[in-house]
Design a protein around this ligand. Structure first.
Ligand code: PBG
Length: 332
């Protein structure tokens, strides 16, 4: 690249770094509260707030408490909340029918939030793992996670979520063809305004450990998810997945996990220019919190720096368990 600036001392990079005012003036990307989506865990009961041990500061909430959390989020200016149910193990079956029960935890929470906090966008999770005795995102037949039968079930799940009033469907299952199938079904059912944010490039990652504790899927999971989630060594494959999901009708795409896959975020945004999101997943959150609790890093500062990285990479927004804390920090 040709130098586009004069040599030292005519150029002194430190001039614009001298004061907070000058630094803020030349900041290239900014993190704002409108970039944040807050994932929350929902559990049965009333008045319940259950700590998730592997995610310090994160709790599972009963529906009434989730409504309070949504109120708090909306008041902070957080545009969207994302629901993940902890399903009673007694409701986990091989056919995963609880996933499309109109009165399951996720749908009940959606309706309750819509009634009390209509201004916040609600995103819901499409995948069978919270409802499956095998802990997999699709059906398991003779040890294989079967694709097309799983997609049929995921469509039913997505329709039940749209019926409940969610704004954004978030398929996190990584089955092939599910975005197209869900989009067609939504259109046919008259849900023409329901958005889809596809977990388009989702890697088979060890960073999901604390999340599986939070939704009670760790114990259930048999084997691993490598036949449907991506291999950490791949990058072009991520772009092909994203292209397919956009062609099938995704409005927004997501890369997951976050920090370890920033190169994918950058390539995705550069290539497609679609609304692009990253998920700063449970393990990323847990690592920051664990080090902060030990006094080894400044948790607040690392929170900000880790979230800024996503904006710098080109993301339009971030799903993060830090959302309310980050929002309060931004509000000063
Ligand atoms: C499963 C799902 C996972 C996450 C969101 N949806 C875990 C997995 O694929 O096993 C992970 C989120 C996190 O770690 O914060 N459908």
């Amino acid at each position: 690249m040709q130098p586009t600036f004069a040599r030292h001392p005519a150029t002194r990079f430190r001039r614009v770094r001298r004061t907070p005012a000058l630094r803020s003036l030349v900041q290239e990307t900014t993190l704002s509260v409108s970039d944040l989506i807050w994932p929350v865990f929902v559990v049965d009961g009333e008045g319940v707030e259950q700590p998730v041990l592997s995610m310090p500061g994160v709790v599972r909430r009963s529906v009434d408490k989730v409504v309070e959390a949504a109120r708090e989020a909306a008041d902070l200016g957080i545009p969207a909340i994302c629901l993940f149910p902890y399903t009673d193990p007694a409701k986990k079956t091989y056919d995963c029918a609880e996933a499309w029960n109109p009165d399951n935890l996720s749908n009940t929470a959606t309706r309750a939030i819509k009634a009390a906090v209509p201004e916040i966008a609600i995103m819901t999770d499409v995948a069978l793992d919270p409802y499956s005795v095998d802990g997999h995102d699709g059906f398991v037949v003779d040890g294989e996670i079967v694709n097309d039968a799983s997609v049929e079930a995921l469509v039913k799940q997505a329709l039940s979520q749209a019926d409940a009033g969610c704004d954004i469907i978030g398929p996190s299952d990584m089955m092939d063809g599910r975005i197209g199938a869900i989009r067609q079904a939504l259109e046919a059912a008259g849900h023409t305004n329901t958005c889809i944010m596809s977990y388009a490039a989702k890697y088979a990652s060890a960073y999901y450990g604390p999340f599986r504790d939070a939704v009670g899927a760790s114990g259930a999971l048999k084997g691993n998810k490598k036949t449907y989630q991506m291999d950490a060594g791949n990058s072009d494959e991520a772009l092909r997945n994203i292209a397919a999901d956009l062609e099938e009708g995704a409005d927004m795409v997501m890369v997951k996990p976050g920090l370890a896959y920033l190169d994918i975020c950058q390539r995705a945004k550069a290539q497609f220019g679609a609304p692009t999101f990253a998920y700063q997943v449970s393990g990323e959150y847990a690592m920051i919190e664990a080090a902060a609790q030990n006094g080894w890093i400044d948790g607040d500062k690392v929170m900000v720096e880790s979230l800024q990285a996503f904006k710098r990479a080109g993301c339009d927004g971030i799903l993060t368990y830090f959302a309310p804390r980050m929002a309060r920090a931004l509000a000063g």
